[in-house]
Structure formats: structure tokens, C-alpha cells
Design a protein around this ligand. Structure first.
Ligand code: GTP
Ligand code: MG
Length: 197
């Protein structure tokens, strides 16, 4: 799929104010600093579209980006070690989970996993929660440029193995890098396929 246009639409903390649930929507989620906003910028080939930062906890709202005027990418705050109070974190969690469970035009959730680390309980728990709630998801392993291919393969295999304790089938997965654009075409083709269905 070619990206003709990508524009920021709105930021929200309340689900009532989200755009009408008409166009297909894809949400990007994962631990703080995993590279959600960077991957969105790589996919859309627009560097400053989603705000990125070396400090975890940069994205604090539900951000909607309209792509090709007919579908949305949604950038979500990260779960995990964001430097915010326990109370704020709990509020985000509740809000995000409410959004994910109730957003009727949500086609699929991209769960981002740092390809450089061992399977994390937070990521596995989150995948399990999505499965339990019947929310379709795929996996995107990030920052693949930061290590050798073999290390990434090991990390992907370890995560798959851990997931198989919960699931009978492994969801589609993508190895990505926002630096080299690895995985970009595959993800855009995947979204195109879902949009056409
Ligand atoms: P929060 O919004 O804080 O939850 O973070 P995020 O998941 O949106 O991460 P963000 O895209 O802001 O990236 C965090 C840091 O990782 C930034 O310093 C990015 O430049 C870096 N980064 C993200 N993706 C990649 C990648 O594929 N390769 C490399 N080398 N660095 C990356
Ligand atoms: Mg972000």
C-alpha cells in the first residue's frame, strides 16, 4: 500500500470524544519506550507525525492519525515504567482497556515487543488479556537494527514459545526497525488486506 497522506486528527483522554467509529482503525500499544510512535512515523514516512522521545512516557493520550483519508492509526500511551504516578498509570490503564474493548471500528491491535529482551511478563499478560477479550492482535518486534538478525530470531522464538503456553496459535508477527524501515511494507500490506475485507 502506498501512503498518500497522513495527518494528525486529535488527541483524547476521553473515549466520548474520539472520532466517530466509522473508518477502520489500528491501535499501536506496548511498553513505554518500545518504539510505538517511531514505528508510526516509519510506516507513514512522516518523521514528526507522532511525537517520540528517549524518555519513557512521552505519549500520554489516545492520538488519532488519518491515513489516506480512509483509515486510522492510533498511538497509545505505553504500559510499564512510565515516570508517572501510580494513580495516573491506573487511570490510563482503565481508559486504554475500555477503549480496546469497546471501540467497534478497531480492526486489530499491534502489540509492540522490544526485540532485544527476553519475554516480559507485562507483554505476555497483555496478549493474554487481548485473547481473553477476543480482541484481534498481531505482534511487531521493534528496534531490530540494534542487534544481529540471529539475536532477533532468538528473541522472536522465545516470545512465541512463551505465548504457546496461552494460545494454540501464534498471531501474525512482524520484525521491524524504524531506522531501516524493515517490516514497513509487510505491515502496510497486512493492513491493506484487512481494510479490503
Ligand atoms: P512512549 O510514548 O513513551 O510510550 O514511547 P514509544 O513506545 O512511543 O517510543 P518512541 O517511539 O518514542 O521511541 C523511544 C526511543 O527509542 C526513541 O529514542 C527512539 O528514537 C528509539 N527507537 C524507536 N524505534 C527504534 C528503532 O527501530 N531503532 C532504533 N535504533 N531506535 C528506535
Ligand atoms: Mg509514544
Amino acid at each position: 500500500m502506498q501512503i498518500q497522506s497522513a495527518e494528525f486528527k486529535c488527541s483524547n483522554t476521553r473515549t466520548e470524544k474520539l472520532p466517530p467509529p466509522v473508518l477502520p482503525e489500528y491501535a499501536f500499544i506496548g511498553r513505554s519506550n518500545v518504539g510505538k510512535s517511531s514505528l508510526i512515523n516509519a510506516l507513514t514516512a512522516k518523521k514528526g507525525l507522532a511525537k517520540t522521545s528517549q524518555t519513557p512516557g512521552k505519549t500520554q493520550l489516545i492520538n488519532h492519525f488519518l491515513i489516506n483519508e480512509n483509515w486510522y492509526i492510533v498511538d497509545l500511551p505505553g504500559y510499564g515504567y512510565a515516570r508517572v504516578s501510580q494513580k495516573t498509570r491506573e487511570e490510563w490503564e482503565r481508559f486504554i482497556r475500555y477503549y480496546l474493548r469497546n471501540r467497534e471500528n478497531l480492526q486489530c491491535v499491534f502489540v509492540l515487543i522490544d526485540s532485544r529482551i527476553d519475554p516480559q511478563k507485562a507483554d505476555l499478560d497483555f496478549c493474554f488479556w487481548l485473547g481473553e477479550n477476543g480482541i484481534p492482535f498481531v505482534l511487531a518486534f521493534t528496534k531490530a537494527d540494534k542487534q544481529s538478525k540471529i539475536k532477533t530470531t532468538h528473541a522472536v522464538d522465545a516470545f512465541k514459545k512463551a505465548l504457546l503456553k496461552y494460545f494454540e496459535e501464534i498471531p501474525p508477527l512482524f520484525v521491524t526497525s524504524s531506522e531501516t524501515k524493515e517490516g514497513r511494507e509487510e505491515i502496510l500490506d497486512f493492513i491493506d488486506g484487512v481494510n479490503k475485507n
